[in-house]
Design a protein around this ligand. Structure first.
Ligand code: MN
Length: 192
């Protein structure tokens, strides 16, 4: 089987002024679509058979197929992690954040610090393990799914292509803007 590119859950300009239509256009139309094209080409040439992208990611050793599959899954999760509607955390997640990070302000600082301490290209995730919420970094195409780090609630892409057109090298500025876009309803829907 091959995979299809899920539609963006909003228009290209919906996340402005935090993420520009130009950035979103390149990111989704070029980067995300490019990973999908490479993944499907590899699946066809190697005649791989998996029922789902998640199964493939958890079964494949590190290499081009895994890398493209991981990028496809991570980007879909990233689009779903953002919303133009600026939700606030539900009481349930707000309580978990207060318990695990001290306060929502402490969580926001911890998030920006985690983005800044992620070396090179990678991702920052809010992950749940039972009553524990934590921020974790993964590199390149890895994720909590591929590394068995827990249940992903939301992710932030910190590859430079996610912010360079808008903020150049200022990852902290991008991370701060991202905090305005988190889809807390999506995060809550991922709680187990
Ligand atoms: Mn990306």
């Amino acid at each position: 089987m091959t995979f299809t590119l899920p539609a963006l859950p909003y228009e290209h300009n919906a996340l402005e002024p935090y993420i520009s239509a130009q950035t979103l256009g390149f990111h989704y139309d070029k980067h995300h679509a490019g990973y999908l094209t490479k993944l499907n080409a590899a699946i066809e040439s190697q005649q791989l058979k998996f029922d789902s992208l998640e199964d493939l990611i958890q079964a494949m050793p590190s290499g081009p197929v895994f890398q493209n599959a991981g990028q496809v899954w991570n980007h879909t999760f990233y689009w779903n992690s953002m919303t133009p509607d600026m939700h606030k955390p539900s009481d349930k997640i707000a309580q978990l954040i207060d318990t695990n990070f001290g306060s929502f302000e402490d969580f926001k600082s911890a998030f920006v610090n985690k983005a800044m301490s992620t070396f090179g290209s990678g991702w920052v995730w809010l992950v749940q393990n039972n009553a524990k919420l934590e921020l974790v970094s993964t590199s390149n195409a890895d994720s909590p799914l591929s590394q068995g780090l827990g249940t992903s609630l939301f992710t932030c892409d910190v590859w430079e292509h996610a912010y360079y057109l808008d903020s150049q090298n200022d990852r902290a500025a991008y991370a701060s803007k991202f905090l305005n876009l988190i889809n807390w309803k999506f995060a809550e829907s991922n709680l187990v």
